[in-house]
Design a binder for this molecule. Structure first.
Ligand code: AMP
Ligand code: MG
Length: 421
């Protein structure tokens, strides 16, 4: 006869930290990732037209100055400052003009002015330009009032960038504005990192492919499309590794194949210590597993391991936790591997439109957005509520320490764009 089982005592806070357990603070986890990981991708040279979103492999130097020559900032008349007097005056005009791309070939005669257009190289002798709206002009001369500041309405050679200057640092992910800077300083190709190849694998017997016919007891795989899309936005090469069943040999085979194809593997599901948590079990078996019981909500646990030399981020199965862990941990780690260096997003400190009392011991992220200059949070903290991810435009971060947020308390808001989404 078996002894009667006694039910466990009820827990009134299922997120309470078990006594004596060490939960890794988020900051410590960052420090481990930052110090243990480094760039894993080679360099290649690409033409400027393919450089957008790529990561610079080296500091980039200007090939030439911007502007290359002194030129006029306005449409007007070029003058020699030494010829000018205070008060009304008249100067004879030179024949000809200087226009952008069609410079005046001669020098400015003593006591003369010359017609000049925006962007035109200053002819020899011109050091100051008067705006055309400030003169009365005939074909032969111009009349205007002094004084004028020496150098008025001109741009100096190299005043923006001098040839040889570092214009962009190694690790920079090239933006549309950078395209202008590189083009303006004479660069036609750049040395960049090859794209980090990141594979995405979902795990779980309950998963069906989006759009397919699903059994009543199945759910659609939501994490894989989400994570693949996130990787594209991050500028990585996203590889779809499909879905793995809750079967250890099958999962092992999929990890073996994946590790030969990609630089990093993101999995979701099966990362805890339950019967069907094969991801964490396998990473444990491989011997290189660090089971991080992260002091974070939502998201624990996150399983980290190395599978045949390839880093694996075992993200939680809950879509909200998967997204938060991917943004908060996997993104900076992958950035480091991609050659971007270790970069964490900068929060905006904004007044809360919500109230929340939080205990010490773990960092919390909630789906949030800004309305009327204040940070709103999603109505439910439930980790399976995918609709809240779409509702949100970013995350609000509540610190490891205890805090009492009331209406108007400044809180740290990270727009999704701060993570590179
Ligand atoms: P697990 O970590 O495998 O225990 O999964 C935790 C929860 O997330 C379960 O309710 C799973 O059904 C769910 N889940 C796991 N993977 C996915 C996925 N790819 N898409 C949507 N939900 C998932
Ligand atoms: Mg599972």
């Amino acid at each position: 006869m078996s002894e009667a089982l006694t039910p466990p005592p009820l827990k009134n806070d299922c997120f309470a930290l078990p006594p004596g357990t060490h939960w890794t603070p988020v900051g410590d986890a960052f420090e481990s990732l930052r110090t243990r990981l480094g760039p894993v991708v080679d360099c290649e040279t690409v033409p400027l037209s393919e450089a957008l979103g790529r990561v610079l492999a080296q500091d980039l130097n200007a090939n030439r100055s911007n502007p290359p020559q002194p030129n006029s900032a306005v449409d007007g008349y070029g003058l020699r400052h030494a010829d000018l007097v205070d008060g009304p005056q008249v100067l004879p005009l030179m024949d000809g003009r200087s226009a952008a791309g069609v410079p005046f070939e001669g020098a400015l005669g003593a006591g003369h002015a010359i017609r000049i257009l925006t962007g035109a190289t200053l002819p020899d002798g011109v050091d100051t330009v008067i705006l055309q709206e400030d003169v009365s002009a005939s074909d032969q001369e111009i009349a205007f009032h002094g004084p004028l500041k020496r150098g008025a309405n001109t741009r100096k050679a190299g005043e923006d960038v001098a040839a040889g200057d570092v214009i962009l640092p190694a690790g920079r992910r090239i933006t549309p504005a950078d395209m202008a800077l590189m083009a303006a300083t004479g660069l036609g190709e750049v040395s960049v990192r090859k794209k980090l190849r990141v594979g995405v694998l979902s795990t779980g017997d309950e998963l069906a492919e989006a759009g397919a016919v699903a059994r009543e007891d199945q759910i659609f795989d939501a994490n894989r499309p989400m994570l693949l899309a996130m990787l594209q936005r991050f500028g990585f090469e996203a590889h779809d590794l499909g879905r793995a069943p809750d079967d250890r040999p099958a999962l092992r085979g999929m990890l073996d194949a994946a590790s030969a194809r990609v630089d990093v593997i993101l999995t979701s599901g099966g990362a805890s210590a339950g019967d069907e948590d094969h991801m964490s079990a396998l990473l444990n078996e491989s011997g290189a597993m660090a089971m991080w019981r992260l002091a974070i909500k939502p998201g624990r646990p996150l399983a980290l391991g190395i599978w045949q030399g390839t880093p694996v981020f075992g993200l939680p199965g809950n879509p909200v936790a998967a997204m938060v862990c991917a943004l908060v941990f996997a993104r900076p780690a992958m950035g480091l591997m991609a050659g971007e260096g270790w970069k964490l997003p900068e929060p905006l400190m904004l007044p809360a439109a919500f109230a929340k009392s939080k205990k010490a011991g773990r960092r919390e992220y909630q789906r949030a957005r800004i309305r009327g200059g204040q940070v709103e949070v999603f109505k439910s903290e439930g980790s399976g509520r995918i609709s809240g991810l779409s509702w949100a435009e970013g995350l609000v971060e509540l610190p490891d320490e205890a805090c009492d947020v009331t209406q108007g308390t400044p809180v740290a808001f990270y727009p999704f764009s701060a993570f590179g989404l």
